[in-house]
Design a protein around this ligand. Structure first.
Ligand SMILES: C[S@@+](CC[C@H](N)C(=O)[O-])C[C@H]1O[C@@H](n2cnc3c(N)ncnc32)[C@H](O)[C@@H]1O
Length: 445
């Protein structure tokens, strides 16, 4: 195990580790790049593959660059920031290809993100405190751990977020607000969540607390933060006193200002709340929405559209002016309420909203649609939902996915039921990570 040897990194795995081969065995080595010649040592052995640790780079790959973030090596957020951006895009295309290998599909080149710094507009930092000095720490977890890297500056998010988080870090103890201690499930401030608008620069701050009520201190602190920053348009508290990996519970209370931010997408102003889904990279989302809209425009005249797993009905609302009728289905009531406000403000009358489980809707509806836009969470769709979608869709399913693994699984199922998939188009929504967003069109006719 302790023996060191030299290998060439051939490609990147679907989880962002370099892949080398040694004596017929695959070895995964983190923090390496295709083209690297590296000295490694084995840390874990399985029958057919092993894990190695990078000891020394003998010859760096031509795709290696200096990461622009000084914390890249310790923080778990941007796993592949040390690889040049063009190569990152190729790697993501390859990841989608690998997962869908059995399906024999064309996987197109990844569409780049319009911004590769400051692109992330949803920030979720776990919070804790140091053992002795009780200083507040907040940042991302180190890879594969729950150890927080105290991040003072993160170049992939808007600068104002660093300022807000630093203010909280410095001032929470003055209000007697402690950081959360996971082991003992004690302390107050568990997470800082910020929803930041690319359009207005405004921010909604959510303090997630290990409590079920707002103390005087939290109230005062929230009000002072709100008054301190012009660009904070609202401060909320989310109550999450359960020992869970879920960041937000479904109970949020507004402390000051507005409980949403406004964000523009394809010319329409949407409202995003603390608990509502919205793509983390609004500029890249714009590319995807325009792409889907263009595709529908080219293939249909005034179609009926089902927008399944709709969030704040962004797809449904953006498609409303090229459609006869849209139905958006989403289980989160807060998202549906915000979508309703947007429909009223924009006097859009051809979008129906349903706050319910997609599978339930599909089971009970009698309606049929020309197109279904299917945008499920990472776990993908259940077979029950896919059967329901096949039942209600006349012509095409447009599957938007943030997980190429579950996308490939669901495409395989749809193909087995007679669907024809022409291609997959990857988009870079999560720059410098191994995550990739994809759009696939499935023909049913
Ligand atoms: C990946 S997001 C897509 C949201 C939206 N299409 C967009 O682009 O903004 C998935 C959404 O599905 C919702 N969701 C998850 N499971 C669901 C279910 N069983 N039925 C309805 N909605 C669900 C989530 O709340 C989330 O808003």
């Amino acid at each position: 195990m302790e023996q060191e040897f030299i290998v060439e990194i051939e490609e990147l795995s679907n989880l962002g580790a370099g892949i080398a081969k040694h004596e017929g065995k695959v070895i995964f080595v983190e923090n390496t790049c295709p083209g690297d010649r590296v000295k490694i040592k084995i840390t874990k052995q399985n029958k057919t593959y092993s894990f190695g640790q990078l000891v020394e780079i003998i010859n760096p790959s031509t795709h290696r660059v200096n990461p622009f973030c000084p914390m890249q090596k310790v923080c778990g957020a941007c796993q592949i920031q040390f690889i040049d951006y063009k190569e990152q895009l190729k790697i993501k295309q390859q990841i989608v290809k690998d997962y869908s290998r059995n399906l024999n599909l064309e996987v197109r080149e990844t569409v780049p993100s319009p911004e590769i710094k400051g692109y992330r507009h949803k920030i979720q930092y776990p919070v804790s405190e140091t053992k002795n000095s009780k200083r507040i720490i907040a940042g991302y977890y180190k890879p594969k751990s729950h150890e927080i890297v105290n991040i003072k500056y993160c170049p992939i998010q808007p600068e104002i977020c660093d300022e807000i988080i630093d203010y909280i870090r410095e001032n929470a103890p003055k209000y007697n607000i402690s950081g959360y201690r996971e082991k003992s499930h004690s302390g107050i401030l568990k997470h800082i969540v910020i929803r930041s608008s690319a359009e207005t620069g405004n921010n909604l701050l959510v303090m997630v607390i290990n409590d079920n009520k707002i103390s005087k201190q939290i109230k005062q602190f929230g009000e002072d933060i709100y008054n301190r920053f012009d660009k904070i348009s609202g401060v909320c508290v989310n109550f999450n006193n359960k020992k869970t990996n879920l960041i937000l519970s479904n109970k949020t209370q507004i402390l000051c200002g507005e409980d949403y931010i406004e964000e523009k997408l394809c010319g329409i102003t949407f409202k995003i709340g603390a608990n509502t889904f919205f793509q983390v990279n609004p500029k890249s989302a714009e590319n995807i929405f325009q792409y889907v809209k263009q595709y529908i425009k080219e293939n249909f005249e005034s179609p009926t559209i089902l927008d399944a797993y709709a969030g704040i009905a962004a797809f449904g609302i953006v498609m409303s002016n090229i459609s006869q009728k849209v139905v958006s289905v989403e289980e989160n009531q807060e998202s549906i309420s915000l979508a309703k406000e947007v429909l009223e403000l924009n006097k859009i009358h051809n979008v129906d909203l349903y706050a319910m489980d997609t599978a339930k809707y599909l089971e009970t509806t009698e309606q049929k649609f020309d197109v279904t836009i299917l945008d499920p969470p990472r776990k993908g769709c259940t077979q029950e939902s896919l059967d329901g979608v096949l039942k209600v869709t006349k012509s095409k399913i447009i599957y938007v996915s943030c997980n190429p693994q579950t996308l490939a699984r669901d495409l395989e199922y749809l193909i087995s039921k007679g669907g024809k998939v022409n291609f997959i188009q990857p988009f870079d929504m999560f720059c410098h990570t191994y995550h990739v967003e994809s759009v696939a069109v499935i023909d049913l006719e």
